[in-house]
Design a protein. Structure first.
Length: 89
């Protein structure tokens, strides 16, 4: 029988999942809390992995769909940085 105390990791909890551009690639990033035997947070670690080409295409398609819906719902247009000396109308 093992003796368990408040320093013994017991559970993990996924806090957040996000997509991030990293070194020109898209990566899935996870923030994971480690909890002890009492259920208290001991640490938060970051995990992640690069997406495959098929996964990147799926994320891009979701993004494009959401951008189109956002533009249609708000009437806003994407900001494009003007060239030197130019200002938006």
């Amino acid at each position: 029988m093992a003796i368990l105390d408040e320093l013994t990791p017991r559970w993990y909890e996924v806090l957040r999942l996000g997509m991030q551009r990293r070194d020109g690639e898209i990566a899935a990033i996870y923030d994971v809390a480690i909890r002890n035997v009492l259920g208290q947070r001991m640490a938060i670690i970051n995990q992640g992995s690069a997406l495959t080409e098929q996964e990147r295409q799926a994320v891009a398609a979701i993004f494009q769909r959401d951008v189109a819906a956002f533009e249609a719902a708000t009437g806003l247009e994407k900001w494009i940085e003007p060239g030197p000396g130019l200002r938006p109308e």
